[in-house]
Design a protein around this ligand. Structure first.
Ligand SMILES: *Cc1c(COP(=O)(O)O)cnc(C)c1O
Ligand code: SF4
Length: 336
């Protein structure tokens, strides 16, 4: 069974190698999916402003030959991104104003966002990061010291959130050091990680990473990001199991996206599959109004109706909170 062996070898490769082998070329990506570029509304101009980047482990979950696949839609640069939508801008959530000199985003009371790295393993077309200069916020050694000092000097900070970019792109060594330093700050009660890697590059969940996470002196909450049940492959489920066994709290946040998860049945299936993987639904976000993402918008009234229909079909704990982000507000705004 040569195919099976190929698969096994593929997953045995280390995650950095898999990361380096992500699809970045549209023609190659489409050929892999048995789709002709002409069949698709591909835009090279869109790819120029925000590159295509898709790890093979994510591409494997896309249905071959289906131009409407909900996973494909999340990553393929298309012409609609070049359209102008009123109300959309490059800095929709006010992060530029909120980021301070120490390289932390301190918008909400008690919680501080540490931007460790500007990059991600995947480029999601709807992401507000597509036009945000996170690269400038990267936490070099000096900034890391300043950020930790800021946290140390602000006793009302009870939770440090590692975000990005994707914080699990940091090396295990770097993460170990961060956890050790956070461990020394008494008023910090929890460490939270916001990462899409367990979903799009499950090979990242290595034995060594599990050790780093389980040795944290503070409880770890891992919030993954997944929008459709097809993203939760058996391989992803397998990667999540030991995280749960090691006592981590696993939550998921999704973005409500036109053409991806805008049917009640999609959202119900996602919640059910998350539960199978030991992950609890946390937030369902309305789209951040970032330039280039207007075609993904699902309006508030429709979103409300979708979540009401989820509530009619699921136990309450499998219904995510519907939220939106408003620049300058003191928390995410709860819609339902
Ligand atoms: C979303 C966000 C948080 C976390 O908010 P929760 O409601 O606690 O999940 C914290 N800081 C910033 C800047 C955020 O954008
Ligand atoms: S920050 Fe999250 S949503 Fe944005 S590109 Fe990275 S993985 Fe995708």
């Amino acid at each position: 069974m040569p195919e099976l062996n190929e698969q096994t070898d593929h997953f045995a490769k280390n995650w950095q190698r898999q990361l380096a082998e992500a699809f970045t070329d549209i023609d190659e990506f489409c050929a892999y999916l048995n789709l002709s570029v002409e069949q698709l509304p591909v835009s090279k101009a869109a790819a120029k402003s925000f590159a295509l980047k898709v790890p093979r482990s994510f591409a494997e979950a896309i249905e071959k030959g289906n131009p409407h696949d909900p996973l494909l839609r999340q990553v393929l640069p298309i012409r609609d991104e070049m359209l102008f939508f009123p109300g959309y801008s490059d800095n929709p959530v006010g992060d530029l104003e909120a980021s301070n000199a120490a390289g932390v985003l301190h918008k909400y009371r008690g919680r501080v966002l540490l931007i460790n790295t500007g990059s991600c393993a995947i480029n999601c077309r709807y992401c507000f990061r597509r036009s945000f200069p996170y690269a400038d916020l990267q936490l070099g050694k000096e900034k890391e010291i300043a950020a930790l000092r800021y946290i140390r000097e602000n006793p009302d900070i009870t939770e440090v959130i590692l975000s990005g970019g994707d914080p699990l792109l940091l090396s295990d060594e770097r993460l170990r050091r961060l956890f050790r330093q956070i461990a020394g700050i008494a008023h910090v009660k929890r460490v939270r990680i916001h990462s899409r890697l367990p979903i799009v590059l499950p090979a990242r969940i290595t034995q060594s990473l599990l050790e780093v996470l389980s040795q944290s002196a503070k409880p770890v909450v891992l919030v993954v990001h997944c929008n459709h049940s097809n993203e939760l492959t058996d391989r992803v489920a397998e990667a999540c199991r030991p995280l749960k066994q090691k006592g981590m709290i696993l939550l998921n946040q999704s973005v409500l996206l036109r053409g991806v998860n805008d049917k009640a049945a999609d959202l119900v299936a996602l919640s059910e599959r998350l539960f199978d993987c030991g992950i609890m639904p946390y937030y369902l976000h309305l789209l951040d109004k970032v330039s280039g993402a207007g075609h993904f918008e699902v309006g508030e009234a429709e979103a409300l109706e979708l979540v009401r229909r989820m509530s009619a079909e699921l136990p309450g704990y499998l219904v995510p909170k519907l939220v939106k982000e408003i620049a300058g507000a003191d928390s995410k705004q709860r819609i339902l």
